[in-house]
Design a protein around this ligand. Structure first.
Ligand code: S3P
Length: 170
């Protein structure tokens, strides 16, 4: 139930639109919004690409766990996670126990249309073959289905998706 003030945690594959949809949902529900990747970039004073190349992925994952822990000590927030965050056991457990987890699903065929744009700033998409990216998509998707709710996003715009989320949690 949305009235319990549990944080709403948005998960899904890279570039599905978690940040944009998070903003829409925050406006719709009149709740504060935090994008975990943006919070991490602010902490490091660097972009995600720079963090991965200069500090390494493990430093990024450690910061994800730390900041997510802080956020989940608060209530009422809409939180969008980077695509790999929910793969971390601690983050998955905390979000399922304390939050309302929404998986924003997208078909691979719809997602692939966004790939050229995403390749510019997503470190995990650099130097990977199409087949490797497809495998990453499918293995991640299996984990995301542990969410409390799944919203299929292929044919919907951000506002419609936010409205679907509102319905799902009521
Ligand atoms: C990642 C997804 C990215 C960002 C980082 C790692 C991942 O966020 O956290 O590049 O492991 O899938 P988006 O899901 O917003 O692209």
């Amino acid at each position: 139930m949305v009235s319990t003030n549990r944080n709403i945690v948005l998960i899904g594959f890279m570039g599905v639109g978690k940040t944009t949809i998070g903003h829409e949902l925050a406006t719709l529900l009149q709740r504060p919004f935090i994008d975990l990747d943006q919070a991490i970039e602010k902490e490091f004073g660097k972009t995600i690409l720079e963090i991965f190349s200069k500090d390494g992925e493990e430093a990024f994952r450690k910061k994800e766990r730390k900041l997510f822990g802080h956020i989940m000590n608060k209530e009422n927030y809409i939180v969008s996670l980077g695509g790999g965050a929910f793969l971390q056991k601690d983050i998955q457990r905390q979000s399922l126990e304390k939050g309302e987890v929404i998986f924003l699903d997208i078909s691979f065929s719809a997602w692939v249309e966004r790939l050229p744009l995403l390749k510019k700033d997503r470190p995990l998409l650099q130097n990977k073959s199409h087949q490797e990216i497809k495998e990453l998509y499918h293995s991640r998707r299996e984990v995301y289905t542990n969410a409390h709710h799944t919203i299929h996003t292929d044919r919907l715009g951000p506002l419609q998706i936010a409205k679907e989320i509102k319905k799902a949690i009521q």
